[in-house]
Design a protein around this ligand. Structure first.
Ligand SMILES: *Cc1c(COP(=O)(O)O)cnc(C)c1O
Length: 415
C-alpha cells in the first residue's frame, strides 16, 4: 500500500499514457544518424504549414490581448460572451437551442474530460469506455477512483460500438458511457442511426452519454458529422470539445463542457452549484483567448474548414495507399474523419519483432519514424498512425516503414 501521508504510488496504478510511451520511443532515436525524425505519433499538426490555423483566429486573439480589456480573471465557468458564442455555435447543428448556462469553458477538451469524470463520481461508480480509446479517460478515472469497464469497437463494422456489450457491462452503479466521434484512434464517423441506437441504449440503462466531439466536423467520408446532442431529448448528453483540432491550435487550451439535457438533470440547483465549485478550483484558459472565441466562431471562413478537410482526405488516402504496400500491416476500415487510423500488425510475417511496442521501438531506432503502439490505446499488436502530417513527410515516413518491413520480413523480397 502507498504511504498514507505521502503521495499515492502503489494504490492506483495509472497505466499507460500516450505522451509517456512516445517519449520512450523518442529516446531510442539515434541522433547521430542525422536523419530527419518524422512523427506519426502525436496528433498535433500545427507544426506543418499546410495545417496553419486561419488568420481570423490569430487576429482575434491578438486584438483581444491588445485591447487591454482582458488581463483580469474571467468568471471560473468562463467569459459570458464566449459561453454565448459556443452555445450558438453548437446549436447550429441541434434541433433545439442551447443557452450560455449549458456551457462551461475549460482548459482544452482534456479538462472537460476531467470535469465530466470528476462530477460523475459517487462511491462504487463505474464508467463504460471504448476500446480502443483515448487513455486520458482511464487516467482521470484512476485519479478519481472510478471503476472503468471497456466495451469493444468493432473494426469490421467501421469501428461501431458493440451495443450488446454495453448492456452486458452496465449495472446499477454505471453512471455513463463515453463515445468519441469522429473517432480517435480509429478515424470512424458514426451514422445518425448508430448514434440513435447508442442514445436509446443509454436511456434504457438510465446512464448518460459523454460525447467527446473534439474532432467535431472533421468528417471527410460518406457519413456527415452528427453531434450526439441531437439526442438530448432521449438521454442527457455531456458534449466535450475544443478549438484544438478543428482550428489546429491545441496550444491555446480553449475547450468546452456542455450539458445537452432536455431532461433537466443538469439544471438541478445542487448539480449546478457543484459544477460551479469544481470550476472554481481549476480556472480556465487565459481570459484573452476566451475573449477571442465569439469572433473565431462567427468569422472563420468556410474555405478554411474545407481546406483542412481536403488535406485530411488527401493524407488519409496517401496513408491507405502506402499501407497496402506494407505486407505486415492491414487497415480494416478506411478513415472517414479525425486525424488517425488503426492498423493491425501481422507479427507472423516478421522474423524478429515480438509485439507492437517492440515494432515501434525498432522502427524509431532504425528509421527515425515515430508511430504509436496500439497498446497505448488499448489494442495490443495494432498501431495508431496519425495522418495529419504534411503529405510529402507522410509519404516518406510510410516509405521508411515499408523498408523496415522488408528488412525484418521472414520471407525474402525480390526486387
Ligand atoms: C486531442 C484529444 C483530446 C484533448 O483535446 P485538447 O483540447 O487538446 O485538450 C480529447 N479527446 C480526444 C479524443 C482527443 O483526440
Amino acid at each position: 500500500m502507498g504511504d498514507q501521508k505521502g503521495i499515492e504510488t502503489e494504490r492506483a496504478p495509472l497505466g499507460i499514457t500516450i505522451k509517456g510511451i512516445l517519449s520512450l520511443i523518442m529516446s531510442t532515436i539515434d541522433e547521430k544518424k542525422g536523419r530527419r525524425v518524422i512523427s506519426l505519433g502525436m496528433g498535433d499538426p500545427s507544426a506543418y504549414t499546410c495545417f496553419h490555423t486561419t488568420p481570423v483566429a490569430e487576429e482575434s486573439v491578438a486584438d483581444a490581448l491588445q485591447s487591454q480589456n482582458f488581463n483580469g480573471y474571467a468568471p471560473t465557468v468562463g467569459l459570458l460572451q464566449a459561453r454565448i458564442a459556443i452555445a450558438d455555435y453548437l446549436s447550429r447543428d441541434l434541433p433545439y437551442k442551447l443557452s450560455s448556462d449549458d456551457v462551461y469553458i475549460t482548459s482544452g477538451c482534456t479538462h472537460a474530460i476531467d470535469a465530466a469524470i470528476t462530477n460523475l463520481y459517487r462511491p462504487g461508480a463505474n464508467i463504460l469506455l471504448p476500446r480502443p480509446g483515448f487513455p486520458i479517460y482511464e487516467l482521470c478515472a484512476a485519479f478519481r477512483h472510478i471503476e472503468v469497464r471497456h466495451f469493444d469497437l468493432i473494426p469490421e463494422r467501421g469501428w461501431e460500438v458493440d451495443v450488446d456489450a454495453i448492456e452486458a457491462l452496465a449495472d446499477h452503479n454505471t453512471v455513463a458511457l463515453v463515445i468519441i466521434n469522429p473517432g480517435n484512434p480509429c478515424g470512424s464517423v458514426y451514422s445518425y442511426h448508430h448514434l440513435k441506437k447508442i442514445a436509446e441504449t443509454a436511456e434504457k440503462l438510465r446512464i448518460l452519454v459523454i460525447a467527446d466531439e473534439v474532432y467535431g466536423h472533421l468528417a471527410f467520408g460518406k457519413n456527415p458529422f452528427v453531434p450526439m446532442g441531437v439526442f438530448g431529448s432521449t438521454v442527457p448528453v455531456l458534449t466535450l470539445g475544443s478549438l484544438s483540432k478543428r482550428w489546429i491550435v491545441p496550444g491555446w487550451r480553449l475547450g468546452w463542457f456542455v450539458t445537452n439535457d432536455l431532461c433537466g438533470t443538469f439544471k438541478n440547483p445542487k448539480v449546478v452549484e457543484r459544477l460551479k465549485k469544481y470550476f472554481d478550483i481549476c480556472g480556465g484558459p487565459a481570459t484573452f483567448i476566451q475573449a477571442a472565441v465569439p469572433r473565431i466562431l462567427a468569422q472563420t471562413e468556410e474555405v478554411f474548414y474545407m481546406k483542412t478537410l481536403n488535406i485530411l482526405k488527401q493524407t488519409s488516402d496517401i496513408c491507405c495507399r502506402k499501407i497496402k504496400e506494407i505486407g505486415c500491416i492491414t487497415c480494416p476500415h478506411k478513415p472517414e474523419g479525425s486525424m488517425a487510423v488503426m492498423v493491425k500488425l501481422n507479427l507472423s510475417l516478421l522474423k524478429d519483432v515480438s509485439d507492437d511496442i517492440d515494432f515501434c521501438l525498432k522502427l524509431a531506432k532504425e528509421e527515425s519514424v515515430i508511430i504509436l503502439p496500439g497498446t497505448a490505446v488499448g489494442l495490443k499488436n495494432w498501431l495508431r498512425i496519425t495522418f495529419a502530417v504534411e503529405p510529402s513527410s507522410l509519404e516518406e515516413a510510410l516509405g521508411r516503414v515499408k523498408a523496415f518491413y522488408q528488412r525484418h520480413a521472414n520471407q525474402e523480397f525480390k526486387y
